[in-house]
Design a protein around this ligand. Structure first.
Ligand code: IVH
Length: 663
């Protein structure tokens, strides 16, 4: 039982980590299908061991971006995800399952390409576009109204005489392949970081603070579903799509009605063959039951409708020559071999590098410089080598014994570990990566201080250690290529502002092994000052519910090291804050209290209300459960209010909330 519990905990954490990489950093490590394998395993384990199942598990939630610059919007009807299948056989078993469950013959289906973009919910009141929102986590999205208004496919006024009083149209915002290439060309001309794929490009362009930039990116929108509709009496999905067309929306060309599994399979094959010739990226197909009354009978799970399924296409592959194997040194000294490839185009992106993970992977693939290799893009982001397609090399690749940056011997830190580490704390490659991480957005958020500027500062000897950042002057930046007055001034301002960041950000910025942004926040809240962390014993860390053994040990090791003390003392001397601010007068009055927010608040944005609750020791979650302490209900509260009433959760309005926090 202990083993199962351990595995469940591991899977939950791993899935959340991959969610953060995918949504937070637009930088996934694994492919969608590998991700699905983790989720499936967790689902099975939770089903078989209900004792360990819990409400907030990633298996019962739609994943989505966690942090945002936009105001939040509560969806009137959750924006669900789709269950994935990867073969005709899996589609067939889904077909069997729903046929049996409905006990109806000749079910009609609609099969549509699955657009690789991001979904948006558009609210029209009396035919006028009022709100545009992203899916977010499915319950709370981001208000991107001004941005969606710049998309020409999205009508601002519906082209129909009698529009429904209230209409929510849902669809996919995406960037077509041609625009993707030209956008990337433009970005690279201006020295920026190119987007990895059209989906990232669409997400990055839509979630811009400045809607003018969204407008320039020429995004597109196709309708695929709906949220709430007043007086909804559409009979079929097809009828709804037809209505949308008449209202001035666009729908995909390759939408087809199928009346049997055979027709579904045939259409899937046609689309798979046609994939390359479609002018935008599709990552599969979506198969939906056409009749709405049948959809209603099938219903939804927490995460996805039972009446629809995604049939994901295999990752695109191509062959090219392996020109070299370079070895990189990560922030924590991990040595990672990287494949340098003869540039080749895949899904409109030129690929010249691929990950090789570690030296064992090279051995497993039996790959060496000169071989022709088959590559694919995992999750359509990071290219990886699948296998050697033609052996052209002789001999084997010899793993490095010394760090390519500082020439120190590399070691395996633990028995059985595959990765090698450079454990030299003065290693220049690690210093560069550490500095870049320190300044990054989720850490000290020093805008403009990215890898390239840091590289130049290091090369000129302007910085050697983290604390040196705080002694930089505008003239130091002006000595660097391409940095003019305004940028230098902005950099100095950003550096100064970062001194006031709370302890949680500093902890994350320090790059302690295994300690991510969330863990840093938990620790900062518990310990409140850096001194308390230096004093902590191993079991003080282990006793924290959210912290496992590996994390606890990593924290203890970090705070025990003389070098850590040196780094932090230097930061303190430079004026960097090392405490977690809290409202001193109030103590932690809301310690352990869980709030859920619903409806529109008048005097607070959701972010502000959340910040206040958290600063008083409380927490805010998305869904109402028995554990919810208070439901803070604003105007037009919806389903959460009903659920809170059912579960006898205390419901408070804004006035009461103000009293609670003002004590
Ligand atoms: S139907 C329950 N149709 O795929 C959601 N979704 O992986 C009903 N997507 O969140 C959506 N193309 O953003 C539907 N033709 C299509 C789609 C599509 C892309 C996206 C959508 C959804 C995601 C699920």
């Amino acid at each position: 039982m202990q083993e199962i519990k351990k595995r469940i905990n591991y899977l939950r954490k791993e899935i959340l980590r991959h969610d953060e990489l995918y949504y937070g950093n637009d930088n996934p490590e694994i492919s969608d299908s590998q991700y699905d394998v983790l989720v499936k395993e967790l689902e099975i384990l939770e089903k078989e061991n209900p004792l360990f199942a819990f409400q907030d598990s990633p298996t019962s939630k739609v994943s989505g971006p966690q942090t945002s610059n936009f105001k939040q919007i509560e969806h009137s009807v959750p924006m669900l995800s789709l269950d994935n299948t990867y073969s005709c056989a899996e589609v067939a078993s889904w077909y069997d399952k729903i046929s049996k469950s409905l006990n109806v013959e000749n079910i009609e289906f609609i099969i549509e390409p699955k657009i690789d973009g991001l979904s948006a919910n558009l609210t029209y009141i009396n035919g006028k576009l009022k709100i545009g929102a992203t899916r977010g986590d499915g319950e709370l999205g981001e208000n991107i109204t001004e941005n969606v208004k710049t998309i020409s496919d999205i009508p601002k006024n519906l082209a129909t005489v009698l529009p429904p009083e209230y209409l929510e149209v849902r669809g996919e915002v995406f960037m077509d392949n041609k625009t993707f290439s030209s956008t990337n060309e433009e970005i690279s001309k201006n020295g920026g970081n190119k987007f990895a794929n059209p989906r990232n490009a669409a997400a990055g362009s839509l979630r811009q603070k400045n809607p003018q930039i969204t407008a320039e990116r020429k995004l597109k929108f196709y309708v695929h579903s709906f949220g709430k509709i007043s007086g909804n009496n559409f009979k079929t999905h097809f009828e709804f799509l037809d209505f949308c067309l008449k209202c001035g929306f666009k729908i995909q060309e390759d939408i087809k009605i199928c009346k049997s599994l055979k027709e579904l399979t045939e259409q899937s094959e046609i689309m798979l063959a046609k994939r390359e010739s479609i002018f935008y990226e599709i990552d599969g197909l979506v198969i939906k039951v056409n009749e709405y009354f049948l959809q209603k009978r099938l219903g939804n799970t927490n995460k996805s409708p039972r009446w629809a399924i995604a049939y994901k296409f295999p990752a695109k592959q191509t062959s090219t020559k392996l020109k070299n194997i370079e070895v990189c040194v990560g922030r924590t000294g991990v040595i990672t071999p990287k494949a340098v490839l003869e540039p080749v185009t895949l899904s409109g992106v030129t690929i010249s590098n691929a990950t090789l993970h570690n030296f064992e992977e090279i051995e497993r693939l039996n790959v060496n410089v000169g071989d022709i290799v088959l590559i694919e893009r995992a999750g359509d982001v990071i290219p990886k080598i699948v296998k050697v397609s033609k052996k052209e090399s002789t001999g084997f690749f010899k793993p490095l014994k010394r760090c390519p940056s500082c020439n120190e011997e590399v070691v395996k830190e633990n028995e059985g570990e595959v990765a090698y580490h450079c454990i030299n704390t003065e290693c220049p490659a690690q210093i560069k990566r550490n500095l870049t991480h320190f300044a990054s957005r989720d850490a000290m958020d020093i805008e403009g201080l990215g890898e390239s500027v840091i590289g130049k500062l290091l090369a000129k000897g302007k910085v050697k250690a983290i604390s040196d950042i705080y002694y930089l002057e505008a003239k130091d930046f002006l000595e660097l290529e391409l940095i003019r007055d305004k940028k230098a001034f902005n950099l100095i301002t950003a550096i100064n502002n970062s001194k006031q960041k709370p302890l949680s950000k500093l902890l994350f910025a320090l790059g302690i092994r295994h300690i991510g942004a969330k863990t840093s926040e938990i620790i900062a809240k518990k310990f409140k000052t850096i001194d308390k962390l230096f004093e902590a014993e191993l079991n003080d860390f282990e006793n924290i519910y959210e912290i496992g053994d590996v994390l606890a040990l990593s924290l203890k090791i970090f705070f025990e090291k003389e070098s850590s003390k040196k780094i932090i003392n230097a930061l303190i001397a430079a004026g960097v804050n090392t405490a977690q601010p809290e409202n001193q007068n109030s103590g932690m009055r809301l310690e352990g209290k869980i709030f859920v927010l619903t409806g529109e608040l008048q005097n607070y944005t959701r972010e502000k209300a959340t910040e206040i609750i958290k600063s008083l020791g409380g927490n805010v979650t998305n869904s109402v459960s028995k554990k919810t302490g208070f439901l803070l209900a604003g105007q037009n509260a919806g389903a959460k209010l009903e659920k809170a009433k059912k579960l006898n959760v205390s419901i408070i309005e804004e006035a009461e909330f103000e009293k609670i926090i003002a004590h």
